[in-house]
Design a protein around this ligand. Structure first.
Ligand code: G1P
Length: 294
């Protein structure tokens, strides 16, 4: 069965970006001129998915408004003859079919995905986490879908990370199966570096079989009371094969301030309109003059 639906959890509080995220969802923070979540939706569409299910929570209405028709804005832009901007704005609401499900309490990634169960039904589906922004020739999700077409099982995107950073990720115990492809023998959420089974970290792109819902239901909350997707995948391993794929591309952790800044600089340098002038600015920047405040 093919993959036609993608779940985008977007109910997180974004505490790392306070006060910017006090009344603005972190998913709406702009990378150059587009909100983070739009990059993820564009990757989903470019991968050939037809329906996006966004898991939202309180204070996230700006996301729905962003992907809706903006009648007044379009009228105003038409009146002012700004046809290219009308096109830009219209494209966003015509992009793909959207469905919103509210997660009433922030009970973890596994719980957020369980909220999509009714809408997904009994078919394999994709999950994309908005904190991971990926620049690649072939969209990262498409790379996973290509692997899924051959193996018909759950597939996790993975990347090698420095050992001292493994405790920020889910980490897999791999058995090499082919070029960039591993069978997952075990996986652990945020292990201590000295107890991690490898340096292959799970990045926020997944293809999941529908049996994951049953496993999430059976997953015990962790010490913070959150139901982790990694723990549910561990249960799934008992009955199904799970693969990990080391995707090709550059990943930015836009959920951290430093990662967000790196993404901003690199996307701005690649921007067809801004790139050249931004590059000249950086080349001329006098770093000595700019010392940290405080
Ligand atoms: C989540 C997952 C983790 C994964 C990470 C990828 O963690 O729980 O397994 O490695 O996303 O970004 P979070 O970053 O939400 O703490």
């Amino acid at each position: 069965m093919g993959i036609s639906k993608a779940v985008l959890p977007a109910a997180g509080l974004g505490t790392r970006f306070l006060p910017a995220t006090k009344s603005c969802p972190k998913e709406m923070l702009p990378l150059v001129d587009k909100p983070l979540i739009q990059y993820v939706v564009e990757e989903t569409k470019a991968s050939g998915i037809r329906e996006v299910i966004i898991i939202t929570g309180r204070g996230k209405n700006a996301i729905e408004d962003h992907f809706d028709v903006s009648f007044e804005l379009e009228q105003l832009l038409v009146q002012r003859g700004k046809n290219d901007l009308v096109e830009t704005v219209r494209k966003i609401s015509n992009m793909i079919s959207f469905c919103y499900v509210r997660q009433r309490e922030a009970l973890g990634l596994g719980h957020a995905i369980l909220c999509a169960r009714q809408v997904v039904g009994h078919e394999p589906f994709a999950v994309l986490l908005g904190d991971d922004i990926i620049h690649s020739e072939v969209p990262c999700l498409r790379q996973l879908m290509n692997v899924y077409e051959r193996h018909q099982c759950s597939i996790l995107a993975v990347e090698r990370v420095p050992r001292n950073q493994v405790s920020n990720y889910g980490v897999v115990a791999p058995r090499k199966m082919g070029d960039r492809l591993y069978q997952v023998l075990d996986l652990v959420e945020k292990p201590d570096p000295d107890r991690a089974p490898s340096d292959l970290a799970i990045i926020g792109r997944y293809i999941l079989t529908p049996e994951i819902f049953r496993e999430i239901e059976d997953t015990q909350p962790d010490s913070k009371g959150e139901i982790q997707l990694t723990d549910a995948l561990r249960l799934l391993l008992k009955s199904q094969t799970v693969y990990a794929y080391e995707f090709e591309g550059t990943r930015y952790d836009a959920g951290s301030k430093l990662g967000f800044l790196k993404a901003t600089v690199e996307f701005a340098l690649r921007d067809p309109e801004l790139g050249e002038s931004f590059r000249s600015y950086l080349e001329e920047l006098d770093l000595e003059r700019l010392q940290p405040l405080g």
